[in-house]
Write a protein that binds this ligand. Structure first.
Ligand SMILES: Nc1ncnc2c1ncn2[C@@H]1O[C@H](COP(=O)(O)OP(=O)(O)O)[C@@H](O)[C@H]1O
Ligand SMILES: [Mg+2]
Length: 262
């Protein structure tokens, strides 16, 4: 069974594209909610990657997650996008409790709700730029012609209309990340997750990518969770959360107050 909130979003997709699904939805203001989320890995010995995380992110918020290597940042993103399941605790994305869904519905939820951007771009090497960007729409069931038309418009928006038929190995790092951003946003997901999106780019190109993300985040009225080591990138966000050993140890609200210890 697909929960109502999910089918509503998928069925009325063009309409919701303009309001981010804010209307007629339970807990409409909360995009991400975590309650006491734990994640253990058992490989020989048990590793506690996340230790009782509580977290709430509102629609339209831009939150940075920082923390040293091994603190649990990627584990958190994997759980949020439904690629992995928590050992215990509750995760809700846009009102849908991911852990209550079976594998197929969780995958479908991800395809409708979450755009993802990675440090290593994760484009499919044998597909052209327009085919990579079309992919999420094709997986949602769009006809090829319609999907490619929307993909071309999105590539145009990220400044790559002249690179539509290029494959990833024919593009620079910055261009690859632009394709990946176009792919993440082409279906207007309410939530955008980015894992070190500038980590493989030089600082000038990284700044261009952050500026583009800023513009698109506003234009698409998205919610952004940005994992980063880059303090300047984090400083663009509304809030910075610091992870250490699987727990949040600091929260900084940039618009209002100074840092406080948790
Ligand atoms: N698939 C896995 N199997 C076993 N241990 C893992 C796995 N993924 C992550 N870990 C462990 O969980 C902890 C958190 O890892 P990770 O979420 O990748 O941290 P970060 O992204 O902050 O560097 C680390 O101790 C890491 O070794
Ligand atoms: Mg990581």
């Amino acid at each position: 069974m697909v929960p109502d909130t999910l089918t509503n979003h998928a069925d009325s997709y063009p309409h919701l594209a303009h309001n981010n699904g804010r209307l007629n939805r339970p807990m409409a203001h909360v995009m991400i909610q975590l309650v006491k989320v734990c994640k253990e890995y058992s490989v020989g010995k048990t590793v506690q990657a996340l230790r009782g995380l509580d977290m709430s992110v509102e629609h339209g918020e831009r939150v940075a997650v920082m923390g040293p290597s091994g603190s649990g940042k990627s584990t958190l993103l994997n759980l949020l996008c439904g690629l992995d399941e928590p050992t215990s605790g509750i995760i809700k994305v846009d009102g849908v409790e991911l852990s209550s869904l079976g594998d197929d519905d969780r995958t479908r939820a991800r395809r409708v709700k979450i755009g993802m951007i990675f440090q290593t771009f994760n484009l499919l090497p044998t597909l052209t730029a327009v085919e990579n960007v079309s992919l999420p729409l094709r997986l949602q069931g769009s006809a090829r012609c319609e999907a490619e038309e929307r993909a071309c418009a999105m590539l145009n928006r990220v400044g790559l209309n002249h690179r539509e038929v290029h494959r990833p190995d024919e593009l620079s790092g910055g261009e690859r990340q632009r394709v990946a951003i176009a792919r993440a946003l082409v279906f207007r997901p309410p939530l955008l997750l980015a894992d070190e999106p500038t980590g493989n780019l030089d600082s000038v190109t990284g700044d261009e990518i952050l500026n583009l993300l800023d513009d698109l985040y506003r234009e698409f009225k998205s919610t952004l969770l940005l994992v980063t080591h880059n303090e300047l990138a984090a400083a663009r966000c509304d809030r910075i959360l610091t992870l250490h050993d699987g727990q949040f140890v600091k929260e900084e609200r940039l618009a209002h107050t100074a840092a406080k210890s948790l």
